[in-house]
Design a protein around this ligand. Structure first.
Ligand code: ATP
Ligand code: MG
Length: 246
């Protein structure tokens, strides 16, 4: 049971933080993952902790790319497994995507825990890179360049929520279309991806699932650079608003 009172002004953010802490205690999340979450929280705060119209636009573009992909794959790390395992399974189901556990800080035990958590959340198949299935992508040091031959290696469209910039750049160079969830519109991942959803993955993933299920899904005009610039402007506006109320 949570000790955070519902009336707390930051309750939602604290509930999300609690999921990360639980994920750390149960061996899903790396210490570094906790800190990466902190960076995300800062941007969430500056964005007003809501889904902006720019994020919604990116979600629509992402849904179109996913449902029209030939071989879509969703990459899952510890933070994602702790935050939204059921939603990952749902997204995979509605888009026909494979799920691959792919960790920045490689660790066998943690990988197994994440696979278990995804299975518990309903996943039938989880790719988990073993000695037989591992393939290398170029442009990264040895530990971080391994992908699964039936997963990311084969994919045309890859969803990499909360991913590191080096990784994203390497995947892009390998010719993948990249969709990411990243609260920081200035990160290298945000700038490198084809479609960046600048929103908390916890909020945005449900909207993406809905869009993918929608019968009205259609191609929309989408320019990632312009969308990121609009998100930065949103932060600027929020800051000015807060300053004038201070
Ligand atoms: P980059 O390597 O892309 O330049 P970085 O080094 O600043 O980014 P990483 O730790 O490599 O950051 O990647 C994690 C990213 O995920 C950060 O940009 C962080 O803001 C973002 N993030 C953390 N938690 C969430 C969340 N719940 N939803 C969406 N994004 C998040
Ligand atoms: Mg990084």
């Amino acid at each position: 049971m949570s000790l955070i009172p519902k009336s707390h002004p930051r309750a939602k953010s604290l509930y999300i933080r609690e999921r990360l802490v639980k994920g750390f205690d149960s061996g899903l999340v790396a210490k570094e993952g906790l800190m990466a979450h902190g960076r995300g929280e800062t941007f969430d705060y500056l964005l007003g902790e809501k889904t902006s119209k720019h994020a919604q636009k990116a979600i629509q573009a992402a849904a179109f790319a996913l449902v029209n992909a030939t071989y879509p794959v969703i990459s899952v790390n510890g933070n994602v497994a702790a935050l939204c395992p059921r939603e990952i399974v749902k997204l995979a189901k509605v888009t026909g995507a494979k799920i691959e556990v792919n960790l920045f800080y490689a660790n066998e035990k943690r990988k197994k825990n994440i696979v278990k958590a995804l299975r518990k959340a309903g996943a039938k198949e989880v790719l988990e890179i073993n000695s037989k299935s591992s393939r290398r992508i170029s442009g990264l040091d040895s530990a971080r360049r391994v992908v699964d031959k039936n997963g990311i290696y084969k994919a045309d469209v890859v969803v990499v929520p909360l991913e590191d910039g080096d990784r994203t750049i390497a995947l892009k160079k390998a010719g993948k279309k990249i969709i990411t969830f990243d609260l920081n519109p200035l990160s290298r991942t945000a700038k490198t991806a084809d479609i960046t959803i600048v929103d908390n993955v916890v909020r945005a993933i449900n909207r993406l699932i809905l869009e993918c299920k929608s019968k009205k899904i259609r191609k929309t005009q989408f320019n990632n650079k312009k969308n990121l610039a609009a998100c930065v402007l949103e932060i600027k506006k929020n800051l000015s608003r807060r300053m004038s109320h201070a």
